[in-house]
Design a protein. Structure first.
Length: 516
C-alpha cells in the first residue's frame, strides 16, 4: 500500500515540532522533496512482501475457561509437538507471552498487543521444538513485562500456587506459577530487571538468568537492548541445565550475542563435585531498609552455611557498588524502555538484528489508542522517561550506560576472588496481591519494590540462578547464585549440588490441574 506523504500544513507542523520556522515557500518546496523520498518506502514495502513470513494456519489455540485456569496463569492453550526425538522429548513447555509462537495469539500482558498473532517462531521456540519439547500454551506475563508483581496483566492477576491470595511475582508470572503448580514441565521466562528470578523465588522453583547474550532474544518483545534476557524456569536445576543446553548459542540474528560465543555443556557440568569452590556472601544483598524480612535473610544465610557441607568455602564479601548498581538500572530502564519499548514501538532503531515489522505496526498503532489502559508501572516509566528525554536530553542515560562498565568491573573484581556471589533473590516472601482499588502508590510499590537484588545483574550481564533456600512463614525463599560472565555452568553446578544436599525442593500445597 502506497505511503501517504505529508501535505504542506503537516510539513510545517513537523518543522515547528523541531523548533523550525519555515517560510510558506520553503514549506511548499520541502513538501515536494519529502514526498519524493517516500517512493523508496513504497519500494521497500514491495520488496519485503517477497520475504515476509507467511502466517501459520495449523496451530489451534484457545483461551481456557476460568475453571480450568484457577491461577490465571495461562493466556492461551495449544499443543505444538516438536521433534520425535531429542533431549526434551516428551516435556511440556509454557512459553512466556512476550515470546512469539507462530500462529498463536500474543498479548504481552497488554491491551497494546491484544489481538496480535505473530507469523514467526522465536529462536528459543524453534530450538525447544527441535529438541522434542511440546509447547502447551502461552503463559501470562505482566503488562509489557514491566512489573515484578503479578497484578498488572490485562487478563487479571496471576496467583501464587503456594497461596492464591499472594503474588506469583513478575514479569514471568504465569511461567513460574505453572511450573510450580505442575501444569507445565518447563517454561521460558524473560528477564530485564529480575523477571525470571523473582517469580521463580516467590513460587519456589528454579530460575536461571543466563549471561547477557548467551541465549538469543530474537522473536521476543524487547524492553531495552542492553537489559534483555531469556532463560529457563523449571522445578529442578537439572531441568534448567538441560533447557540451557538447548537454548544457548548464536543464531546470527541478535546483536546482543558475542561473535565468538561458545556455550558450555551445562547438564554435563552437574557432577556434584563442587569441593574447593569459593562462594562470597554479599553483605549488601541483605538488610534492605523497609524491605528485607528477617526470616528471608536468616533462611538464605542458613542455606549458605550448608554449602560448607559440600566442601565449598563460604566467605563474606563487602560490595558497596551492589547498592549503587540499582540506581544505574533505574536510569537505563526508565530512559531506555521509553525510547525503545514505548516510543520505538518495541524495537527502536540502530541495531543489526531481526525486526518484526508486523508487530511494530500493530503495537505502534494500538498503543496510541489504549494508553489509558496501561498498567501503573508502564505509565510511570513512560512519564518519567519522556520527561528525562525532553528536559534532560537523555544525558543521564548516557551517564548510566558509561557507569554500567563500572558496575560490571566491580562484580568482576569481586568474582576474581570467589567463584560465585550469593544473596537473597528477593528481600521478602510473596506479598498479597494488591486490590484494583488500592491506592496507586501501593499498586506501583507492589510492582517494583522487590527488584533490588536482581536488577543490578541485568545491567552487568552476569549469570544468576535462583533456587529455593527454604520456607519463611510457610512461603518460599529464593537464594541467588551469581557467576562470572559466561560461566553459567558454575551457577548451575552449585545450585544442583545444594538441591541434592537438601533432598530436593518443596512443592506447593495448592496445585493447578495439569490438563484442561
Amino acid at each position: 500500500m502506497a505511503v501517504r506523504p505529508p501535505d504542506k500544513d503537516e510539513v510545517a507542523a513537523l518543522a515547528r515540532s523541531y523548533g523550525m520556522h519555515l517560510s510558506d515557500a520553503d514549506a511548499e518546496t520541502y513538501t515536494m522533496l519529502v514526498g519524493g523520498g517516500f517512493s523508496s518506502y513504497d519500494a521497500v514495502e514491495e520488496l519485503y512482501a517477497e520475504i515476509a513470513p507467511q502466517p501459520q494456519v495449523d496451530r489451534a489455540a484457545t483461551r481456557p475457561q476460568d475453571a480450568d485456569n484457577p491461577l490465571g496463569a495461562w493466556y492461551v492453550r495449544t499443543e505444538i509437538h516438536g521433534a520425535d526425538e531429542g533431549p526434551l522429548a516428551g516435556r511440556t513447555v509454557a512459553v512466556k507471552d512476550n515470546v512469539e509462537v507462530a500462529g498463536v495469539p500474543m498479548m504481552n500482558g497488554s491491551h497494546t498487543l491484544e489481538g496480535f498473532v505473530p507469523s514467526r517462531d522465536a529462536t528459543v521456540v524453534s530450538r525447544l521444538l527441535g529438541a522434542g519439547a511440546t509447547v502447551t500454551g502461552k503463559a501470562v506475563c505482566e503488562d509489557l513485562c514491566f512489573s515484578g508483581g503479578s497484578h498488572t496483566s490485562a487478563t487479571g492477576p496471576v496467583r501464587n500456587p503456594w497461596d492464591p491470595s499472594r503474588t506469583a511475582g513478575g514479569s514471568s508470572s504465569g511461567s513460574a506459577a505453572l511450573v510450580a503448580a505442575g501444569a507445565a514441565d518447563l517454561a521460558i521466562g524473560g528477564d530485564q530487571g529480575g523477571s525470571i528470578r523473582m517469580p521463580a523465588a516467590f513460587c519456589g522453583v528454579v530460575g536461571h538468568k543466563p549471561t547477557h547474550g548467551l541465549v538469543p532474544y530474537t522473536g521476543a518483545f524487547p524492553i531495552e537492548l542492553t537489559l534483555d534476557h531469556l532463560g529457563p524456569i523449571t522445578r529442578s536445576v537439572a531441568d534448567a541445565a538441560a533447557m540451557l543446553d538447548v537454548l544457548a548459542g548464536r543464531d546470527g540474528l541478535d546483536p546482543r550475542q558475542p561473535a565468538d560465543l561458545v556455550p558450555e555443556q551445562y547438564a554435563a557440568a552437574l557432577t556434584g563435585d563442587v569441593a574447593g569452590l569459593r562462594v562470597g556472601v554479599v553483605a549488601q544483598g541483605f538488610g534492605w531498609a523497609e524491605l528485607s524480612e528477617p526470616g528471608v535473610d536468616d533462611t538464605v544465610r542458613a542455606a549458605a552455611g550448608r554449602l560448607g557441607e559440600l566442601g565449598i568455602e563460604v566467605v563474606d564479601v563487602d560490595l558497596p557498588w551492589h547498592r549503587h548498581a540499582l540506581h544505574v538500572w533505574n536510569v537505563i530502564a526508565t530512559d531506555g524502555a521509553t525510547v525503545q519499548m514505548v516510543e520505538g514501538n518495541g524495537y527502536g532503531h540502530n541495531w543489526w538484528g531481526l525486526y518484526d515489522p508486523e508487530l511494530i505496526e500493530y503495537y505502534g498503532r494500538q498503543r496510541r489508542e489504549v494508553a489509558d489502559r496501561w498498567s501503573p508501572t508502564v505509565t510511570l516509566v513512560a512519564l518519567a522517561g519522556r520527561w528525562s528525554i525532553e528536559q534532560l536530553q537523555g544525558r543521564h542515560y548516557a551517564m548510566a550506560r558509561n557507569l554500567a562498565f563500572e558496575v560490571r568491573r566491580q562484580y568482576d573484581q569481586a568474582l576474581a576472588d570467589v567463584d560465585l556471589l550469593l544473596m537473597p533473590t528477593l528481600p521478602m516472601v510473596a506479598p498479597p496481591i494488591p486490590a484494583p482499588d488500592d491506592p496507586l502508590e501501593v499498586r506501583v510499590a507492589r510492582g517494583l519494590e522487590m527488584i533490588v537484588n536482581c536488577a543490578p545483574f541485568d545491567v552487568s550481564g552476569h549469570p544468576a540462578t535462583s533456587v529455593p533456600a527454604g520456607l519463611s512463614d510457610g512461603l518460599p525463599v529464593g537464594m541467588m547464585l551469581i557467576g562470572r560472565r559466561f560461566a553459567d555452568a558454575t551457577c548451575l553446578q552449585v545450585a544442583h549440588a545444594f538441591e541434592q544436599l537438601v533432598g530436593g525442593f518443596p512443592t506447593p500445597p495448592v496445585r493447578e490441574p495439569a490438563t484442561v
